[in-house]
Structure formats: structure tokens, C-alpha cells
Design a binder for this molecule. Structure first.
Ligand SMILES: O=P(O)(O)OC[C@H]1O[C@H](O)[C@H](O)[C@@H](O)[C@@H]1O
Length: 367
């Protein structure tokens, strides 16, 4: 068309003779194209074209890496470009492994863990919902850790994720749950792995027509080199309920918490950051949390470990549970309300064995 105008008008190749007619032609062509599309749409023919275009343009979600254990439990493997990884079971919605970029396991897993439903798996990060411990009529720590969760295809209002280092899970109340806990709910968990960090966003939505309340905990079984070499910072001067003393309330007197026997405490209204310093490994876990004001500390020590059928006699030496929890004040949800709890676990290397780590640096962010 450009050439035709040029030849027809030869030397009069000017704005009036060339550009205006060209624009006019483009305008007419677009108008007729839109008209055609409109007519086709009326006949119901455009939708497939548009949808196939949309299909082509849409970013395809990356397939989740899901495998099946020898016991048949579906397991999702999360990977991060740094080389760190995490493994999550649909059973219990439970993280069962978290390895750093050097492939070192950071979570404890009992040498005698029972990998068969309906037993809870002793290790990783079990979800305690809708009841923590024996604070109610349900089985200890509630039923969420003994149920088969599903992949959550609609995590809104959280934006969808499109990578292999994140997964969204959901547990909805079943007829069976309603018999023991007659409240309709949706429990969601987003697990995200990034360089030396594991983030868990928990959400509970009330899908019932009346309010309900619940207690909640993410039980973090941390792997430590030797429990007697571990020190926890960030809980000093706080009040705690001692489960070994009929939930009596005490105030923490120690500068930092160290371990030489069984411990089972609920620290109340804790700061959002807690440091778990492993002297021997020269590694510090940093637990950051929001929406879960309490923190549970649990180690069964030798006598109770021996009594637990799913725990090796010596296992207590290499573990410490420090949980993000909401226990003292149960969470109350009105119909359609949603509660959200955030937890981030990360590790930093420390040189405490040489007496040089200032835990306050870890706690107050100078790292
Ligand atoms: O054996 P589990 O059901 O996993 O519970 C392990 C422990 O968790 C809590 O901290 C309870 O206070 C303890 O009484 C219980 O022994």
C-alpha cells in the first residue's frame, strides 16, 4: 500500500498525499476487523480463539514434584536454586525434612517415627489444631496432624505461587470431624522454601454459621547437636505455664534457657523473635512469628523418651521443640472470618563456642 501511494503520487510524497491516507486505511481496517470479531462472537465463534490465545499467553504453573513413599504417603519435594530442600507430606500437612544448601538436615525426625496413619509422625513440623495438648476434649494436639490434607488450588487472598519452592495445602472439616468437633472450617498452610529460610503461613477460616474458638501450634522439632549445649534466647523474664507442674504459672528467671532435664512449658506473649543457639554446631536457628503470641518448649528427656513408643532412647539428645503457638488465649472466629499465623525459621552461623556471639545481635537484627 505504501508503494502504491508512492507511485500514484510520484514526487508528491508529502504528509497530505501519503501519511493521512495511510492512517485512514489503518483505521478502516481495524474497524472492519473489530466488526468481524463482534459478529463472530455473536455467533459464538470467537470464544475458542480468545481462550486459545489466553491459554498460550498464560504462564503454565510448574508441576509440583510429588512422590509416593514406600508407605504410600504422598510427599511433595520443594527445592530452591541454592540447593536447599524441604519435604512435605499430605498426611498431616507436615513438613518432615528441611535441608540447607549443604544438604544438612535441620529438623529432627525420630529414629522410631511411625509412618503409618492414624499415628502422628514424631518429627518435622506437625500442625496442632484445633486443640493444643490436652486442653480440650479432643485427642492430644487435635486431629489435623492425623488427617490427609489436599493441595489447595485456591489460596486466595494469597497470590498463587508458580514455582517449585512453595506449596499450598488445605484441610477441610469432614463428616467424621464434625462428629468430634462440630465446627465447619478450612485450615490452609502455605509452605515456602528460600535460601536458608522456611516460611509457613497458616490460616483458619470459619465456614460455619456460628463462631468457634481453637488453640493452635506449629510444633518445630529442631535438630540440635547436643541438647545440653543448646541455649535459647528471647524468653527471659517472661511468664510461662509449666505443663510438668499442672500448668502452674511461673516467671522465667534465667538470662537464657539451657537444658538439663525434661521441659514442657508454654511461654506467654513472647517477642516475635526467638534464637536457639547450638554451640556445638555453631548454628543458630532464628524463629520469627506473628499472630501466634505463645511459644512452647518441649524436650521429653531420657525417662519420658523411653516411655514413648515412637522415640529412640537417645533421640531426646538431638532435638528441641520450640513451637509457635496460640494457646493461652484461644482464637475466636466469627462466621466467614479468617485467622492468619506467620512463622519463619532461618539459620545463621554462630561462633558462640568461642564466647563471641552476642545473642542480642541475632534477636535484634544485627546480622
Ligand atoms: O506425644 P505427643 O502427642 O506428640 O505430645 C508430646 C508432648 O507435647 C506437649 O508438649 C504436651 O504438653 C506433652 O504432654 C506431650 O507429651
Amino acid at each position: 500500500m505504501l508503494l502504491a501511494y508512492y507511485y500514484i503520487n510520484k514526487r508528491k510524497f508529502s504528509f497530505f498525499y501519503y501519511v493521512i491516507p495511510l492512517c485512514h486505511d489503518i483505521f478502516l481496517s481495524s474497524l472492519s476487523l473489530s466488526l468481524c470479531l463482534c459478529l463472530e462472537w455473536k455467533k459464538g465463534k470467537v470464544n475458542p480463539i480468545v481462550s486459545s490465545l489466553r491459554e498460550r499467553l498464560r504462564l503454565k504453573p510448574m508441576a509440583l514434584n510429588m512422590v509416593h513413599d514406600a508407605d504410600g504417603l504422598p510427599r511433595i519435594i520443594l527445592t530452591d536454586p541454592t540447593g536447599s530442600s524441604a519435604e512435605v507430606l499430605l498426611y498431616g500437612g507436615q513438613v518432615v525434612s528441611w535441608k540447607n544448601e549443604r544438604r544438612e538436615e535441620l529438623l529432627f525426625m525420630s529414629s522410631k517415627a511411625i509412618w503409618k496413619p492414624p499415628k502422628a509422625i514424631r518429627g518435622g513440623i506437625p500442625v496442632c489444631f484445633p486443640q493444643f495438648g490436652n486442653l480440650g476434649s479432643l485427642e492430644r494436639h487435635g486431629f489435623a496432624r492425623n488427617k490427609l490434607w489436599s493441595l489447595d488450588n485456591d489460596p486466595s487472598p494469597l497470590p498463587p505461587t508458580n514455582n517449585q519452592s512453595s506449596v499450598d495445602l488445605i484441610l477441610k472439616s469432614t463428616e467424621e470431624d464434625l462428629k468430634t468437633w462440630p465446627r465447619s472450617f478450612e485450615l490452609r498452610l502455605r509452605i515456602t522454601l528460600s535460601a536458608s529460610k522456611l516460611t509457613l503461613i497458616s490460616r483458619v477460616r470459619n465456614t460455619d454459621n456460628r463462631p468457634f474458638s481453637f488453640t493452635f501450634a506449629l510444633r518445630n522439632y529442631l535438630s540440635v547437636s547436643d541438647i545440653s549445649e543448646v541455649r535459647v534466647e528471647g524468653l527471659e523474664t517472661l511468664d510461662y505455664l509449666d505443663n510438668l507442674m499442672h500448668r502452674e504459672r511461673f516467671t522465667e528467671q534465667a538470662d537464657a534457657i539451657t537444658f538439663d532435664g525434661e521441659v514442657d512449658r508454654v511461654y506467654l506473649s513472647t517477642p516475635s523473635k526467638i534464637a536457639i543457639i547450638d554451640h556445638e554446631k555453631k548454628r543458630t536457628f532464628v524463629l520469627r512469628k506473628d499472630g501466634m503470641p505463645d511459644a512452647v518448649m518441649w524436650n521429653p528427656w531420657d525417662r519420658k523418651a523411653k516411655a514413648l513408643p515412637d522415640m529412640g532412647d537417645e533421640d531426646y539428645k538431638s532435638m528441641l521443640c520450640v513451637d509457635s503457638a496460640s494457646i493461652e488465649t484461644p482464637i475466636v472466629l466469627k462466621p466467614f472470618e479468617e485467622w492468619k499465623g506467620y512463622q519463619e525459621l532461618s539459620t545463621v552461623s554462630s561462633s558462640y563456642c568461642s564466647g563471641q556471639l552476642d545473642p542480642r545481635k541475632v534477636l535484634y537484627g544485627f546480622h
